[in-house]
Design a protein around this ligand. Structure first.
Ligand SMILES: O=C(O)C[C@H](/C=C/C(=O)C(=O)O)C(=O)O
Length: 314
């Protein structure tokens, strides 16, 4: 079954070459995150009488990110060997462990990735997303898939800089998710899915999830050993080789066979020079003479009463 969130706080399941709006049947009118509520409730969607649900044609349906605000988005760094090779990485997920992305970074199909910096490389990373169905804590790999609700294409957008991953990957708009979740009963083997990612007409990434270093069951088990996984949580399983820079005006598509095609656009409209980001300037940055950076520091110093943005601490 395919489960989508439609504009207007609606939840729908795919049927009849369109969608059946099941919001009323599930008493979810007005709920801010109705798909997450469906998952939390444990309701069996296959038991709904869809003849009682309004039909929405595929053309008329405006699909949003299926989960609006999960309790967390978990990332899996360097989970494909070909990506490890292209990045000249010494380590993989086995050494790095996991990272977290801010839930506020989620956007949906047709929305815009906003590049934060005008002079810093920002990359696309196409990935298989796993949506948790049942709370998981210390589950074994053999139990793990029972805790999965379904699967969804995801982009893990990443600034290349020296900052922590959770900073570089958490900007607003940096986690496109969609177009819908395919429930796990329709994905008997999440380790045999073909994933492709295009920027414009250029195919940049192509892989089978068979190549994952930590496969889905291992990843869910490992993550549940670190933190309790809640219904609606999303695990981005890692990206294969072919990551590359995005630019203003690009269109990015990630498609996973059987799971749909997620398309978003890119804008550089609000990008600022990296040196102008808020924060203390290092002596080296000051020596390089970013007048704009100093201006930004004054702005923040004014607002934050000089707590740790003071020059003498930089
Ligand atoms: O891109 C890298 O190789 C390193 C890392 C993030 C990796 C992933 O998120 C991934 O492999 O999916 C980083 O940006 O530090």
């Amino acid at each position: 079954m395919r489960v989508a969130r439609l504009a207007g706080g609606r939840v729908a399941v795919a049927a009849d070459e369109g969608w059946r709006d099941v919001t009323v049947l599930l008493s979810l009118v007005g709920h801010g995150d109705p798909v997450r509520a469906v998952i939390e409730s444990g309701v069996d969607l296959s038991e709904l009488d869809l003849t009682r649900a309004d039909f929405v044609s595929a053309d008329a349906a405006e699909l949003l990110a299926p989960i609006a605000r999960p309790s967390k988005v978990i990332g899996a760094p360097v989970n494909y060997v070909d990506h490890q090779v292209e990045m000249h990485e010494q380590k993989t997920i086995a050494e790095y462990g996991l990272f977290l992305k801010a839930p506020s970074s989620i956007i949906g199909p047709g929305q815009e990735i906003s590049l934060p910096y005008s002079d810093r490389r920002t990359d696309h990373e196409g990935e298989l997303g796993v949506v948790i169905g049942r709370r998981a804590r210390n589950v074994t790999p053999s139990e793990a898939l029972d805790h999965v609700f379904g699967y969804v294409p995801v982009l893990d957008i990443t600034v290349r800089s020296g900052e922590d991953r959770s900073t570089r990957k958490s900007f607003d708009t940096f986690t496109p998710v969609g177009p819908y979740i395919t429930t796990r009963d329709e994905v008997p083997d999440p380790g045999g899915l073909d994933l492709r990612c295009w920027v414009g007409d250029e195919l940049r990434q192509a892989v089978s999830t068979a190549e994952l270093i930590f496969d889905v069951a291992t990843l869910v088990s490992y993550a549940s050993h670190v933190m309790t996984l809640e219904p609606g949580d999303i695990i981005a399983t890692g990206t294969p080789a072919g990551v590359g820079p995005l630019a203003d005006g690009d269109t990015v598509v990630v498609e996973i066979a059987g799971l749909g095609r997620l398309e978003v656009t890119v804008t550089g409209r609000d990008g600022i020079p990296y040196a102008e980001r808020p924060g203390p300037r290092t002596p080296a940055a000051r020596a390089s003479g970013s007048a704009a950076g100093s201006g930004r520091r004054s702005h923040w110093a004014h607002h934050l009463a000089g707590l740790w943005f003071r020059d003498d601490l930089a």
